[in-house]
Design a protein. Structure first.
Length: 382
């Protein structure tokens, strides 16, 4: 059982300390938006008075990263509303997610500085791992701007122990906190028939950096082997790049891959049914990630997982224990591990059980709430 205690506060009246949480909410269903939604609905509200400010400017994935005069006007309105909200609620702590692109960080900076000016403790949070890569490819002016902005923050949250180094130049070690993603999920009971093909599940948006084409190439390698048990790839997500979609579909057609299934984009009960019906989960990004929610969900579903060493994934998928870590953009390496799991039912079940146990020990909603509560208390009691 998780016990949350009320932190000390210098407010005159007896009340729960106030936390203002910035961030997007779904849709679109992206990792940061899902995290914000879970935090706001969590048991944190028992110990803290939670407020939310929606920073969303994009209605869908396709609009992300594209600037317009309309967006500029909306952003200025957001700042004005935010300033009013700070004055109205006078939060003790403000949690600000930060971007790892120049345009995104410039947009985030006023949220940090206005909160500090209002007298709140400011915690920034990075939900990725490309921070240093971005800055190393940016101008000195951008680096100076980032450094000056982060001086207004009292601490930073990252998604894994192996990501703390990203902020070692900006914060002392005791102000760099680790809070992995965590959530509670309910899966329906499904009956798997003996003659049913084994199901490999890919559940993520079909972005080029998610590496889906290499999953297809690995399946094509395995399809040439006649001794394997019957299997199919079930892939569900949203396409944001028509050219990439055509590339993937052409590959499927050229290789006559009749065992690749694209169910309609699933959410809610239908999404969890896909996980419950699966035997293996694969997600092999080829670019920096944070701590992908799909990895947490696959662990919760008790699935063996094949992934790549991006972000904090290796703190969830332990190579040889609850799945495998393979070299990115290497379809042969992925095919070899898929083959191993397809052929060995005992190994599949053993790794699936290990995934479930690891999830229960480290990545439930209660664990995430416990970690966040610890961070908030430490920052507030300084």
């Amino acid at each position: 059982m998780l016990f949350l205690h009320y932190p000390k506060t210098n407010k005159l009246k007896e009340s729960k300390p106030k936390i203002l949480i910035l961030g997007k909410l779904p849709p679109p269903y992206m990792g940061p938006a899902i995290a914000t939604q879970i935090i706001l609905n969590s048991s944190l509200k028992n110990a803290w008075e939670l407020y939310h400010f929606d920073t969303r400017l994009n209605k869908d994935i396709k609009a992300m990263g594209k600037w317009s005069l309309k967006k500029s006007g909306l952003m200025l309105k957001k700042y004005a509303l935010y300033r009013k909200m700070l004055k109205r609620i006078s939060p003790d702590i403000v949690l600000v997610p930060i971007s790892q692109t120049t345009m995104g960080f410039v947009k985030d900076a006023p949220y940090i500085r206005l909160a500090k000016k209002a007298g709140a403790k400011v915690i920034v949070q990075l939900r990725g791992s490309d921070f240093k890569n971005w800055l190393s490819n940016s101008s000195q002016k951008v680096n100076d701007f980032v450094k000056k902005t982060l001086q207004s923050a009292d601490g930073v949250i990252v998604l894994g122990e192996n990501l703390k180094y990203l902020f070692s130049d900006y914060f002392p070690d005791d102000k760099i906190f680790v809070v992995p993603n965590g959530g509670n999920f309910t899966f329906p009971q499904v009956q798997k028939l003996k003659d049913q093909p084994l199901r490999i599940l890919y559940f993520a948006n079909f972005l080029r950096n998610k590496g889906f084409i290499y999953v297809l190439k690995a399946i094509a390698v395995l399809n040439k082997e006649k001794s394997l048990p019957s299997f199919e790839l079930v892939a569900s997500g949203a396409w944001d790049d028509e050219a990439y979609k055509q590339e993937c579909m052409a590959f499927i057609d050229d290789n006559k891959m009749t065992n690749v299934v694209f169910p309609d984009k699933k959410s809610g009960e239908e999404k969890w049914k896909l996980f419950a019906q699966a035997d293996i989960f694969t997600f092999c990004p080829i670019a920096p990630e944070g701590h992908p929610w799909v990895i947490v969900e696959a662990m919760s579903a008790g699935l063996p997982i094949i992934s790549t060493n991006q972000g904090a994934i290796i703190e969830s998928v332990i190579d040889g224990e609850n799945g495998f870590i393979v070299e990115q953009a290497n379809e042969q390496a992925l095919a070899d591990k898929l083959r191993l799991l397809l052929e060995d039912e005992t190994l599949r079940l053993q790794m699936g059980k290990a995934s479930k146990n690891r999830y229960l020990n480290y990545f439930t909603e209660e664990k995430m709430v416990e970690n966040l509560n610890r961070v908030f208390n430490e920052i507030l009691q300084e």
